[in-house]
Design a protein around this ligand. Structure first.
Ligand SMILES: [Zn+2]
Length: 304
C-alpha cells in the first residue's frame, strides 16, 4: 500500500472514531452547533434536546417531547459515537422533557434543579393514568413506552453546579420563577452554547403559571444574554441567538405598556383580559396561553 493510501485510511478510520458523521446524515432535525455539540430541534414546538459528545461519554440535555422522540435522540447518539450516555440534564421537570428518562437510564445519571423530583412526583399523583393514556395514542407510542419506568432525577443541585466531563465544562444554572418549579439553563462556556430552558420560547406565547413572574423571566434573559452566547437553544421553538431573549424582552415591554394603560383607565383584570390585544404577535403559536401573560403583567404592575 502506498504511503498516501495508508494515510487516507488512517484519516478515514480517525474520522469514524471521532464520530464525525455529517449533521445532514442525522436528519433534518439535527444541527451541529459546535464540535461535538448538537441540537435535536423538536418538530412543531416539540421540546428541543442537546447532545454533547465528550472523551468520557455523552451528555444529553432533555430527553425529548415523548418516548418516540427519546428513542430518536438515542439513535442519533449511536450514529455519532459508540460511547454511552453518562449524564442527562433536565432543563425542566415537565413530562415533555422527562418522560424519556427511562430510554437513557440506566446507565445515565439524571440531574435536575432542586425541586425537580418533587414536581415530577406531583404530576404523577395528579395524573396516575398518564402513561396508559400516552400508550393509547398510537401503536408507535405504545412500542416506544416498552420498559417505561418513572425516574426522577438522581441528583438535584441548588443554584449552580459545574460538571467537568472529559474535556468539557458544563455549567448548570437555576432559573427562579421562569416556567416550572425547577428550571435549569445549561451553559457551555468554551463552545458558547446555552440551552436556555423554557424561560423564553421562540415564536410562541409561553404559559406563565401563578409562581412565574415577568421580572424573574427578564432577569433570567439578562443574565443569559450577559454570558454572550453564540447559540441559544430554548426549551421549545427554533434554536437561534440572543435575539430570542431580545424578542421576549420586546414582547413583555409591549404587554406591560398596554396592560398598564388599561389599568390607569381603571379597568379590571377581567376587562383587560378581554380588551388587550397584541396584533404584532398573532403569528406566535399557543395564543390560548395569552390570558396567563396578561395576569402576570397585571400582578407585576399592581405590586408597584
Ligand atoms: Zn414545561
Amino acid at each position: 500500500m502506498s504511503r498516501r493510501a495508508a494515510g487516507i485510511l488512517v484519516l478515514f478510520a480517525g474520522s469514524m472514531l471521532a464520530g464525525s458523521v455529517s449533521a445532514q446524515d442525522l436528519g433534518p432535525q439535527v444541527r451541529k452547533l459546535a464540535d461535538g455539540v448538537y441540537v435535536v430541534a423538536g418538530n412543531n414546538y416539540f421540546s428541543n434536546s442537546g447532545i454533547v459528545l465528550t472523551q468520557d461519554g455523552v451528555v444529553v440535555i432533555d430527553t425529548g417531547q415523548n418516548p418516540i422522540e427519546a428513542r430518536k435522540i438515542l439513535d442519533i447518539v449511536k450514529k455519532l459515537t459508540p460511547m454511552p450516555v453518562r449524564i442527562v440534564i433536565d432543563t425542566e421537570p415537565h413530562p415533555d422533557h422527562t418522560t424519556g428518562h427511562f430510554v437513557f437510564s440506566p446507565p445515565a445519571v439524571i440531574i435536575g434543579a432542586a425541586g425537580a423530583g418533587e414536581s415530577m412526583r406531583g404530576r404523577e399523583r395528579e395524573a396516575p393514568q398518564r402513561i396508559q393514556q400516552l400508550a393509547a395514542t398510537s401503536p408507535e407510542m405504545k412500542a416506544a413506552l416498552e420498559g417505561y419506568k418513572f425516574i426522577p432525577p438522581h441528583v438535584e443541585y441548588n443554584q449552580k453546579m459545574t460538571l467537568n466531563v472529559g474535556e468539557r465544562t458544563i455549567e448548570l444554572m437555576y432559573l427562579k420563577g421562569v416556567h416550572s418549579e425547577a428550571d435549569t439553563a445549561v451553559w457551555l462556556p468554551k463552545e458558547r452554547v446555552i440551552f436556555s430552558a423554557s424561560a423564553f420560547v421562540s415564536n410562541q406565547i409561553n404559559i406563565l403559571r401563578p409562581f412565574v413572574t415577568i421580572p424573574d423571566i427578564l432577569a433570567a434573559g439578562k443574565m443569559m444574554k450577559a454570558l454572550n452566547p453564540e447559540h441559544v437553544v430554548p426549551g421549545h421553538g427554533p434554536p437561534g441567538t440572543v435575539k430570542i431573549f431580545e424578542d421576549g424582552e420586546q414582547y413583555y415591554a409591549l404587554l406591560l405598556e398596554r396592560v398598564g394603560k388599561l389599568m390607569k383607565e381603571g379597568k379590571s383584570l377581567d376587562d383587560i383580559k378581554k380588551e388587550v390585544k397584541m396584533p404584532e404577535y398573532v403569528g406566535w403559536a399557543n395564543q390560548d396561553r395569552f390570558p396567563t401573560n396578561v395576569e402576570a403583567a397585571y400582578k407585576m404592575l399592581a405590586a408597584r
